[in-house]
Ligand binder design. Structure first.
Ligand SMILES: Cc1ncc(COP(=O)(O)O)c(C=O)c1O
Length: 401
């Protein structure tokens, strides 16, 4: 048995089978490259579902984490600590908002956004108790908690987890007329991904986000943008909403906010919205801990340079140009996305997304399928153009072999 086979067998024996990982066992990683337990190198074209926008072992993030490890890592929110105010101030400023509520994982931030919207609805908007409604989109992916899967339309994510949380209405993504019809006097929020990641990197039709902004403003409804996967540089802007010059009421952030080092998520909004919380009404032992804040602060400082957004724009144009050429070969049916982020629908005659991912792995490239014959390409934004080209060559050769 190889070291890889032994590690996979042990994982299969002792961990729940809630994932189906590619058969690679990573031991170390740097930048856009990972090395497995056998010493084989792989180009990471997934970047931890965009949690690794700044690459593996980014020196700035590593230094920030190390420095904080030597000071203090956890206080709980029972006490103040000296990185907290700075983190909240800086993140609020990055988002052009007043207040931050830090959590850890993306799902917790989405749960927090749901609670925020409901509390705001009852306390500020004046919705009758127990009637608050949140409108969401078909094919959404906002996380795995019982409330969040209650409004999922993916049977795999949802089946057998009922009874489900009520209070959500699902409309087709990108359909402004359907959204308009769903919003009523009890609606407190519209919760959307500005680009649907897990669904296959679906970009809504032009004008959709602007329309959502206008509708929600007119109906006194919060526009909550789940930028957990689309945000923090991935699309070439700090936030994907910026592509339509749209500013939502609530940003829901996660993944890259923790720099691939620690889980850091947050809800960011105005004082009118996040001001609804009082002591004891919501919280998290780890949310806003000193280590998380130190890493998050460095992430914010890196985003402030604009360097990563610029890389995502330039390399993204190149990526989409090259993938466009593949569409011409017939091997690829459609390519969607923005910046350094693409959903690629492969002609099913070439295999399922999983089979393509396994073939790419054998060539030293790691990607992940989403649904059917769709693969997602989202390398760390620090990838070099040469490495990106090499990865694209592997994809081209896999599809034309
Ligand atoms: C848009 C979006 N929201 C929420 C989540 C959930 O984040 P987490 O896995 O950190 O709970 C994800 C994860 O993929 C996501 O893509």
């Amino acid at each position: 048995m190889t070291r890889t086979e032994a590690a996979i067998a042990a994982a299969d024996a002792h961990s729940a089978h809630n994932y189906h990982p590619l058969p690679v066992v990573v031991a170390t990683a740097e930048g856009a490259w990972m090395t497995d337990v056998e010493g084989n190198r792989y180009l990471d074209m997934l970047a931890g579902y965009s949690a690794l926008n700044f690459g593996h072992g980014n020196p700035r993030l590593r230094d920030a984490a190390r420095a904080q490890l030597d000071r203090v890592t956890l206080t709980s929110r029972a006490f103040h600590h000296d990185r907290f105010a700075e983190f909240c101030t800086q993140l609020a400023e990055l988002c052009g908002k007043d207040m931050v509520l830090p959590m850890n994982t993306g799902a917790e931030a989405v749960e927090t956004a749901v609670k925020t919207a409901r509390k705001w609805g009852y306390r500020v908007k004046g919705v009758p108790e127990g009637r608050a409604k949140i409108v969401v989109a078909e094919n959404n992916f906002h996380g795995r908690t019982t409330t969040i899967v209650s409004f999922s339309t993916d049977p795999e994510a949802r089946a057998d987890y009922g009874p489900y949380t009520p209070g959500f209405e699902i409309v087709p993504y990108g359909d402004l007329a359907a959204l308009t019809a769903a919003v009523d006097d009890d609606t407190v929020a519209v919760l959307l991904e500005p680009i649907q990641g897990e669904a296959g990197v679906l970009v809504p039709p032009p004008g959709y986000l602007t329309g959502v902004r206008e509708l929600t403003a007119a109906r006194n409804v919060l526009f909550m943008a789940d930028e957990i996967q689309s945000g923090l540089g991935r699309t070439g802007r700090t936030f994907a909403c910026e592509h339509e010059d749209v500013v939502p009421d609530v940003y829901v952030l996660g993944k890259a906010l923790g720099g691939g080092v620690v889980p850091v998520s947050a809800v960011v909004a105005s004082r009118e919205v996040l001001g609804v919380f009082h002591p004891g009404e919501h919280g998290s032992t780890f949310g806003g801990n000193p280590l998380a804040c130190a890493v998050g602060l460095e992430v914010i400082a890196m985003l402030r340079t604009g360097e990563y957004q610029q890389r995502a724009t330039e390399l993204g144009e190149h990526l989409h140009h090259e993938l466009g050429l593949l569409t011409g070969t017939g091997a690829v049916r459609e390519v969607r996305g923005r910046g350094l982020w693409a959903g690629v629908d492969i002609d099913p005659a070439h295999g399922t997304g999983r089979q393509i991912s396994e073939k790419l792995m054998a060539r030293g490239v790691l990607v992940k399928d989403t649904h059917g014959s769709t693969i997602r390409i989202a390398p760390p934004l620090v990838i070099t153009k040469e490495d990106l080209n090499w990865g694209l060559t592997q994809l081209r050769e896999t599809l034309t072999a």
